[in-house]
Design a protein. Structure first.
Length: 681
C-alpha cells in the first residue's frame, strides 16, 4: 500500500470518527430536551463523513493515475560524505563544549563553597557581635552604665574616685561604639559575600544548562552520523574522517580573588572570562543546533517508520490527531449530558456545591533591576521610581514594568527616592545626594556628604532634608543643591527625616530623636531612647511616633519632646511607623506587625509573620500592606489584623510598599520590583 492509499484511508477514518461522535452528541442533546441543538449536531455529523469519503475517493483516483512528477532524489554519495564530515565535526565540538563546561563548573564550585563558608562565618560573627553589644548595653562589658549610689555619695576629698568612675563609663561607651561599628562592617561584608555567592551560583547554573544542551545536541549529532555511515556503507563508500574543529581559547579565571572584599566593578572584571566563555558557548550551541536541523533531512533520508507499511492510519498524522481530539470532546460532552440520567440524584443527596470563583491574577508584573532591592518605590504620574544595588535609579512604567530610564550613581542605592516638582531626589552609598530629572533621568545636581547616605530624602518648602552616615542632617536647596545648613548628631543618621510645622524630626544611631528648626538647623529638643534609632519618625496630631532598637515605640510631644507613652515589643524596631485614623502601625524584629492606639499606646492587635519585619507599613482603604524577611508581602485588615492575602517573593522584603490605583509596588532582595493586585496580592 503506497502513501496515497494510506492518505485516503486516513481521510476516511478521520471523517467517520468525527461524524459518529457528532451524531452521538446529537442523541445526547435530545435526551436533555435540546431538540434544536440535537438537529444541528446530527446534520453537522454528515459533513465530516462526506469530507472523508471525498478525500478517500481523491486518493484512490491519484493512485490509479500516478503523477508524472519526479520522485525525490536520493542524496548522492558526495553529499553524504560532506554531511558525514560536518556532523562528526559538530559532535567533536560538542564534546569539547561539554568538557569545557565541566572544567568551568569545577572552577566555579570552589569559590562558591568558599563564599558559603565565609557567609556562615560572618553570620556567626554578626551573632557574636550582637550578643556582645547587648551585653555592653546592659553594663556587663566595660563596667556599669551609670554611677552607683556609693560613688555618688563620695566623701569630701574623693574627687579622684569620681574621675575613675567617669573614666570607666567613658571606656564602656567607647567599647559599645566600637562594637556597633564592627557589627555594621560585618553586616555589609555579609551582604557583599552573599551577592558574590549569588552571582557565582547563577553562572554555575548557566554553565550546567549549557552542558545539558550540549549533551542533547551531541546525542542528535551521533544519531545523524550513524545514519549517514549506514547509508555510505550500503553504497560501498569508505567512512570519511571528521574535519577537526578549532578548540575554543582556554579559560582564564582566578576564583581565589572572590573573597567579598572587592567592589562590584572588581567582581565584574574577575567574572569577565567566565561571561565571555558562556556567551561563546551559547552562540556555538545555537549555530550547531541550526546546522543539525539543516542536515537532518539528508541524514535520515533512508529512515522509515514501521507503521508506514501497515494498512492502518498513522497515529501521528494530523488528520488522526484532529479526529481523536474532536471525538474526545464529543465523548466528554455526551458523558456530561447523559450522566445525570444514568445516575439521577436521590432525595438524600446533598445539594451540589458551587464552584469557587476563578482567582484574579495576583502578580501583575515583576521586573528585575539588580541582585537586591533595599530602596522603597515611589509612584507618581504612572511611573515607579526605585533604586538598586547596581548603583542605578530606575524609572519603570507602572502598568507594564517596562524600563523608561536608568540614572547612574557611584554605588548601591539603598535610599528611597522622593519625587517633587518633576525631580527625583535620592541618596547613594557613594555619599552623594542626587537630583535627577523625573522624565529623562538626567542628573541636575549632586551634593557630596562625608559618608554613605542610607537615609531617604524629604522635600518641604523648596528644601531637601536628608541624613548621612557622617552623623549630620543636611538641608539642601532643591533647585541648586547648595547647602542651607548641616546639623551634627552623635552618630550615623540612617533614619529618614519627617518635616511638620517648620520642624525637622529625625533619629540617630546615638539613640536620640532630634527636633531641628527647618530654616536654620538649630536644635529645638532631643529625646534619648535606650538604643540606636534607625526607624524614621511619623508626625500626626502634634505627636512624633518613632521606633528604637531598644524594642520600644515612642510617642513624643512634637513641641517639647516630652514622652507621652512608650510601648515595648519583643525585639528592636527598624520599621518606620504609619499613623492612620488614630492607630499606629509598625513592624518589629520579633516578626510581628503591631497596631497601637495613637493616644495611649495600648495594643489593638498584633499579627505574627515568619521573620523580622523591617518594612514600614502602608495603610490604604482599611488594609495594611507590609513586607517581611520571610520573603512575603502581607495584606492585613486594618481593624482586626486578619490576613487578607500574602504573596511570596524570592527573598527578604525589607522595603516599604507603595500603593497606587489598586496596585501594590514593592521591592525584594531577589532583585525584582513587584506590582501586585491590591485586592488579591
Amino acid at each position: 500500500m503506497d502513501g496515497r492509499q494510506r492518505n485516503g484511508w486516513r481521510w476516511a477514518a478521520a471523517g467517520l470518527t468525527i461524524g459518529v461522535s457528532t451524531a452521538t452528541l446529537g442523541f445526547a442533546l435530545r435526551t436533555r430536551d435540546l431538540a434544536t441543538a440535537a438537529n444541528v449536531a446530527q446534520l453537522l455529523s454528515l459533513l465530516p463523513i462526506a469530507v472523508g469519503v471525498i478525500g478517500w475517493a481523491r486518493a484512490r483516483g491519484e493512485t490509479a493515475t500516478p503523477s508524472p512528477g519526479p520522485e525525490p532524489e536520493e542524496p548522492g554519495v558526495l553529499v553524504l560524505d560532506e554531511v558525514a564530515r560536518a556532523v562528526q565535526g559538530k559532535a567533536d565540538r560538542l564534546a569539547q563544549s561539554m568538557d569545557r563546561q565541566r572544567v568551568l563548573g569545577e572552577a566555579l564550585r570552589e569559590p562558591l563553597d568558599r563564599l558559603t563558608r565565609t557567609a556562615d562565618r560572618l553570620l556567626a560573627e554578626r551573632r557574636s557581635l550582637s550578643g556582645r553589644l547587648a551585653a555592653g548595653r546592659s553594663g556587663t562589658v566595660g563596667g556599669p552604665a551609670n554611677l552607683s549610689e556609693g560613688e555618688l555619695a563620695l566623701p569630701e576629698g574623693s574627687v579622684a574616685r569620681l574621675y575613675q568612675a567617669l573614666g570607666r563609663i567613658r571606656r564602656r561607651r567607647e567599647a559599645v561604639a566600637r562594637l556597633r561599628r564592627a557589627l555594621r562592617r560585618a553586616g555589609r561584608r555579609l551582604e557583599a559575600v552573599e551577592r558574590l555567592g549569588e552571582e557565582t551560583r547563577r553562572r554555575l547554573e548557566q554553565s550546567e544548562r549549557q552542558g545539558t544542551q550540549a549533551g542533547q545536541l551531541l546525542h542528535e549529532a551521533q544519531l545523524q552520523a550513524a545514519a549517514v555511515r549506514r547509508s555510505l556503507a550500503e553504497a560501498g563508500h569508505p567512512i570519511p574522517e571528521a574535519t577537526p574543529s578549532a578548540s575554543p581559547p582556554p579559560l582564564v579565571f582566578d576564583g581565589a580573588k572572590l573573597t567579598g572584599e572587592s567592589d562590584r566593578w572588581t567582581a565584574e572584571e574577575i567574572f569577565r572570562p567566565v561571561d565571555d566563555l558562556l556567551r561563546r558557548e551559547a552562540a556555538a550551541l545555537d549555530r550547531i543546533r541550526s546546522d543539525l536541523a539543516s542536515t537532518a533531512d539528508i541524514a535520515y533520508f533512508e529512515t522509515t517508520d514501521p507503521t508506514e507499511e501497515s494498512g492502518f492510519p498513522d497515529w501521528r498524522s494530523w488528520k488522526t490527531i484532529t479526529a481523536a481530539s474532536l471525538s474526545l470532546v464529543c465523548v466528554v460532552l455526551v458523558v456530561y449530558l447523559v450522566g445525570p440520567f444514568l445516575n439521577p440524584p436521590t432525595s438524600h443527596d446533598p445539594a451540589p456545591r458551587q464552584s469557587p470563583p476563578k482567582p484574579i491574577q495576583k502578580i501583575l508584573w515583576a521586573h528585575r533591576i539588580g541582585r537586591w532591592v533595599q530602596s522603597s518605590p515611589a509612584v507618581t504620574g504612572g511611573v515607579v521610581y526605585v533604586g538598586s544595588d547596581d548603583g542605578r535609579v530606575y524609572a519603570l512604567d507602572a502598568m507594564t514594568g517596562a524600563e523608561r530610564w536608568a540614572g547612574e550613581t557611584g554605588r548601591a542605592v539603598q535610599s528611597s527616592p522622593v519625587v517633587a516638582g518633576g525631580v527625583v531626589y535620592v541618596g547613594s552609598d557613594d555619599g552623594r545626594v542626587y537630583a535627577l530629572d523625573a522624565a529623562t533621568g538626567a542628573e541636575r545636581w549632586s551634593y557630596k556628604t562625608g559618608d554613605e547616605v542610607f537615609s531617604s530624602p524629604v522635600v518641604a518648602g523648596g528644601v531637601v532634608y536628608v541624613g548621612s552616615d557622617d552623623g549630620r542632617v543636611y538641608a539642601l536647596d532643591a533647585v541648586t543643591g547648595a547647602r542651607r545648613w548641616a546639623h551634627r548628631t552623635g552618630d550615623s543618621v540612617g533614619s529618614s527625616p519627617a518635616v511638620a510645622e517648620g520642624v525637622v524630626y529625625v533619629g540617630s544611631d546615638d539613640g536620640k530623636v532630634y527636633a531641628l528648626d527647618a530654616a536654620t538647623g538649630a536644635r529645638r529638643w532631643t529625646y534619648k531612647t535606650g538604643d540606636e534609632v534607625f526607624s524614621s519618625p511619623a508626625v500626626a496630631g502634634g505627636v512624633v511616633y518613632v521606633g528604637s532598637d531598644d524594642s520600644n515605640v515612642y510617642a513624643l510631644d512634637a513641641v517639647t519632646g516630652a514622652r507621652r507613652w512608650a510601648r515595648r515589643t519583643g525585639k528592636e524596631i527598624n520599621s518606620s511607623p504609619a499613623v492612620v485614623d488614630g492607630v499606629v502601625y509598625v513592624g518589629s524584629a520579633d516578626g510581628r506587625i503591631y497596631a497601637l492606639n495613637a493616644a495611649t499606646g495600648a495594643e489593638r492587635w498584633s499579627t505574627i509573620t515568619g521573620d523580622w519585619v523591617r518594612s514600614g507599613p502602608a495603610v490604604v482603604d482599611g488594609v495594611v500592606y507590609v513586607g517581611s524577611d520571610d520573603y512575603n508581602v502581607y495584606a492585613l485588615d486594618a481593624a482586626t489584623g486578619a490576613e487578607r492575602w500574602t504573596c511570596k517573593t524570592g527573598r527578604w522584603v525589607q522595603t516599604s510598599p507603595a500603593v497606587a490605583d489598586g496596585v501594590v509596588y514593592v521591592g525584594s532582595h531577589d532583585g525584582k520590583v513587584y506590582a501586585l493586585n491590591a485586592m488579591t496580592g
